[in-house]
Design a protein around this ligand. Structure first.
Ligand code: LLP
Length: 439
């Protein structure tokens, strides 16, 4: 499963192997011991794998020195993860006051942070400006108006990008397409003249410096990135010719896919970087534009492969001739992706097994819905109650999308560093679960 040099092309984190006890280990840390110490369900992040992907991003984009990397923190926002990425030079794409607050709480300033979203509240925008956010990616006319007023009241000139809908359709799950024309996000190109006229003539507290686009998530194609850069740069050229201003920044979003199962074939970050850089260089030359600052904002590809989830197997139900279900102690509350997007995952039994008896089973969660199935028809080595199941590639959009459905407590998260597991998110307690109830 792991024979690729590039993190996002592997199913497992780097340095995943069976140790001398016969248990699965990651970077020298025994997963069964982690499950015993921190209980299950447990999110586990491997720092080595995370740092390798972060370094690959930096190396891949190094031929374009004007690149700024932002982590799309919606994929996984915790103070510890933010701190690690901040230390290696990443800024952040945030979409809520909660994400901003988490950064500030971890001691991270907003001087390399972009605030996205199609319906930011006045409170959120005020909080962002009070904390000197680098720029806001403005999504619509309403936001232009309220943001200008907020900036004016605070006596500030706020740097902004305009989020545009470039009209590119990606062949990915329909719920996570954001670049197509019928999208709730951003200005259609036909709205741009009106937006820019308003900014130049009326909204004097906004300083338009760039354009922002994002074309989807879990993308396997490279050509779409070439098209995206071309469309954004052609729009910059059009704006230059019409309004006599040359925008100096572009943000081309995130979206690079990862390998959840062996059917997935994402390009490496080096391939994506090359396509984007070539496209920017050739289009700038063709259109006679200065090379802009390039922002990219990967989420999934940066963190997903570094994460696994550990569960304990409990009950089973065997429907003779039809299907055998094994149930784990988590499910759709800690990983809603299979039930929301029919997402597929690979998994293995993490504890040593005496015999080798592969069996096809369906891994069910513990939540009160028939749709709470984590993995359909997977081959596991004689799964039995008490076994620890390791589900791969849960580093992105699992913890960040988790819920308290069925009043189940949110799971803890551990970071593997120097061969040891260190708690980075505590397990929720029953007291915390009811602390906001007013009776
Ligand atoms: N930038 C913007 C403006 C975005 O909307 C997103 C993701 C990203 C960057 C990061 O995209 P990534 O590199 O992670 O593909 N919950 C879904 C994914 C939703 C993605 C939303 N936007 C899932 O679990 O598959």
């Amino acid at each position: 499963m792991n024979n690729n040099e590039f993190v996002n092309q592997n199913i497992k984190p780097l340095n995943t192997k069976i140790n001398s006890k016969g248990n699965l280990e990651i970077s020298g840390c025994d997963l069964v011991e982690l499950a015993q110490e921190f209980k299950t369900p447990l999110y586990v992040m491997d720092k080595n794998t995370l740092l390798k992907m972060a370094q690959d991003y930096k190396k891949a984009f190094s031929p374009y020195p004007k690149t700024k990397m932002l982590f799309a923190s919606k994929a996984l926002m915790t103070g510890a993860i933010a701190k690690i990425l901040n230390e290696v030079g990443f800024g952040f794409d945030v979409v809520s006051i909660g994400e901003i607050y988490t950064l500030l709480n971890a001691g991270i300033s907003l001087n390399n942070t972009s605030f996205n979203g199609n319906n930011k509240s006045i409170e959120e925008l005020e909080f962002a400006l009070d904390n000197n956010i680098d720029h806001i990616s403005v999504d619509n006319f309403y936001e232009l108006k309220i943001l200008n007023k907020i900036a004016k009241d605070k006596n500030k000139i706020q740097r902004i990008h305009l989020r545009i809908t470039p009209g590119i359709e990606c062949h990915t799950h329909e719920y996570i397409q954001t670049g197509q024309l019928d999208s709730k996000f951003g200005f259609d190109l036909s709205m741009m003249d009106e937006a820019i006229t308003l900014i130049l003539n009326e909204y004097k507290n906004l300083n338009l410096v760039g354009l922002h686009a994002h074309i989807g998530s879990q993308i396997f194609e490279t050509k779409v990135y070439d098209d995206e850069a071309k469309i954004v740069l052609e729009e910059i050229k059009r704006i230059k010719d019409k309004f006599n201003i040359e925008l100096s920044e572009i943000n081309l979003g995130g979206g690079l896919g990862i390998t959840y199962t062996k059917e997935d074939n994402p390009p490496s970050v080096y391939e994506i970087a090359q396509v984007l850089i070539n496209s920017i260089n050739s289009n700038c030359e063709r259109l006679n534009l200065e090379k802009p600052v390039l922002y990219i904002e990967p989420g999934r590809s940066l963190v997903c492969s570094a994460g696994v989830s550990l569960y304990t197997i409990g009950s089973e139900k065997n429907i003779e001739g039809i299907r055998k279900y094994i149930a784990v102690d988590g499910g759709m509350a800690d990983n809603p992706r299979p039930s929301m997007y029919q997402a597929q995952y690979c998994a293995e039994i993490a504890n040593a097994k005496k015999e080798n008896k592969p069996e096809i089973v369906t891994v069910a969660g513990k939540f009160c819905e028939s749709g709470d199935i984590l993995i359909k028809d997977i081959e596991l080595n004689s799964p039995k109650s008490g076994d620890i199941l390791c589900v791969y590639d849960t580093g992105a959009y699992c913890y960040s999308m988790s819920s308290n459905y069925n009043r189940v407590l949110k799971s803890a998260m551990v970071l593997i560093e120097n061969g040891k597991g260190k708690l980075i998110v505590k397990r929720q307690t029953l007291e915390q679960l009811v602390q906001n109830d007013v009776i």
